[in-house]
Design a protein around this ligand. Structure first.
Ligand code: PGA
Length: 250
């Protein structure tokens, strides 16, 4: 899977224009899933552009209730009406800037599954945690709490994105070895929690300063099933990433 997280970039008209460029440039890439995640207010216009293409629509967040007095929030059903198929949950920017807890993220992941949306569930350690040797502890806590109460059948539908916080938007990408090590840890943990078959069925993306220059080395690693891309998804480089992926998948 190749997923572009546009974050708080591009107005609806800019988003529509760029989606159109992508539809043309990415036509024919059918050996993996391609998602783009524009801002909420651009979803409808982007939907019109991608509706008969191989590009799928994702949202960057949602709330876990159906409707009601939740000022500023968006419900899963509202996204589904716009043909959104996946939703990024627990991104480190949401955790850090907006104070989202593992418990809240867990509610959102469960709700997304209940509504038939694919959760792209983000985890990752900060630089300080890595330097203290806490990376695996942090990942384990985020996974156990984020997936709390989710059964084996449902967990197969969850996409996990390992995004070391120190690599997001910094230009400092994890080395393929560092990323593989974390992905392997996550898969082994899933295997302990759900069994090996389930663990192998889960898609685990790497995210954090992915570019066409560093993607090949990452994507050839056995436990890296794709990428969640921020900065490089806003430009033509997203197409380059798709080309690299297609080359490796064959
Ligand atoms: P980046 O962001 O590619 O700009 O580092 C990745 C992400 O936050 O998903």
């Amino acid at each position: 899977m190749l997923a572009g997280n546009w974050k708080m970039n591009k107005t609806p008209s800019e988003a529509q224009l760029f989606a159109n460029t992508l539809v043309n440039a990415l036509a024919g890439f059918n050996s993996f899933d391609i998602y783009i995640a524009p801002v909420f207010v651009a979803l409808d216009r982007v939907r019109e552009v991608v509706s008969s293409s191989n590009i799928k629509l994702a949202a960057q967040n949602m709330y876990y209730e159906d409707s009601g007095a939740f000022t500023g929030e968006v419900a899963p059903k509202m996204l589904k009406e716009l043909k959104v198929e996946a939703v990024i949950l627990g991104h480190s920017e949401r955790r850090k800037i907006f104070g989202e807890s593992d418990e809240l993220i867990n509610k959102k992941v469960k709700k997304a599954l209940a509504e038939g949306l694919t959760p792209i569930f983000c985890i990752g350690e900060t630089l300080e945690e890595r330097q203290k040797g806490l990376t695996f502890c942090v990942l384990e806590k985020q996974i156990r709490e984020g997936l709390n109460g989710i059964n084996a059948e449902d967990v197969k539908k969850v996409v996990i994105a390992y995004e070391p916080v120190w690599a997001i938007g910094t230009g400092v990408v994890a080395t393929p070895q560092q990323a593989q090590e974390a992905h392997e840890f996550v898969r082994e943990l899933l295997s302990k929690m759900y069994g090996i078959d389930i663990a192998e069925a889960v898609t685990i993306l790497y995210g954090g300063s992915v570019t066409p220059e560093n993607f090949f080395g990452l994507f050839i690693k056995p436990d890296i099933d794709g990428a969640l891309v921020g900065g490089a998804s806003l430009k033509e480089s997203f197409v380059e990433l798709a080309k690299i992926m297609a080359k490796i998948i064959g």
